[in-house]
Design a protein around this ligand. Sequence first.
Ligand code: FSX
Ligand code: SF4
Ligand code: SF4
Length: 318
Amino acid sequence: MKDEHMLQDPQQNKSGVTRRSFLKAATGTAAGIGISQVFNPALIQALETGLERHPVLWIQGQGCTGCSVSLLNSVEPSIADVLLKVISLQFHPTVMASEGETALENLYGIAKAYKGRFSLAIEGAIPTAADGKYCILGEMGHKELSMVDVVKELAPMAGSVLAVGTCAAYGGIPAAEGNVTGATGVVDFFKDNTIKTPVVNIPGCPPHPDWIVGSIAHLLTKGIPELDYDGRPTLFFGENIHENCPRLEALDEGIMSQTLSDPKGCRMDIGCKGPNTYADCFKRKWNGGMNWCVDNSVCIGCVEPGFPDSASPFYEPA
Ligand code: FSX
Ligand code: SF4
Ligand code: SF4
């Protein structure tokens, strides 16, 4: 099958958002908070042509789907439109209409047709125990396909892999103490199986939608973004939460919160893990820029390798 026929043409869709209107919105809402470096005018043009022929295939292993939900709930216009019509997302178990063997055949068909030219987004950890039986994605030709099988087969064919969420990046909650499923993060799984495809980690439990969309946009237009020691884009994970926290001044003055409802104090005594955490939540904020964890709770270090064990108990000082 020819490339042209394999992918849906986003421009032919009849519903609300066009690629141009999405990119305009993304530029507007993201201006001044870092993502504008991704969505500059030259890149918008590149996105308009580049995204169309670079499919993203999104598979889900051992996670809670919170990564997808974070993405789906957070952008206006609807991220579902964005993913289906702007980013050329060709497989996503939560949002696609297709199901069963047909869907899996499509997944494999696109991977083969676009070998070396598609990105594989992996959400959730990969459960390796019991021969991968803890996570079966479906059946093809009367054969069960586990997450392990699919990653082993598709990841080497991909041009790049996005490990979306802390579970995919580092193992996260499924790999916490008591990990009976052998839950493993993507990079460790690749090492164990000699898979060499480059990986971009987009941790967070869940990750901020800008981190996901921004990393994909960077990947598709400028290639792999600059990554830190833990494989995360420095664009989003290059700054320390504590050093940039608006409550740092309170700490310097010895004003410490004893309760989560305290409006001013530093949260260190009630467990804030900001000092060990690198992410731009302090300026990007969440829920459309409304608030972030430290406003009403503490930073639990959700983007760090070792989370959640290394950050537990959440409400006790580190
Ligand atoms: Fe993990 Fe994604 Fe935490 Fe959940 O599926 S990163 S458990 S918020 O959402 O993988
Ligand atoms: Fe640091 Fe947390 Fe205190 Fe902010 S609230 S200054 S991140 S310890
Ligand atoms: Fe995760 Fe901390 Fe950011 Fe909250 S503030 S999303 S816990 S890194």
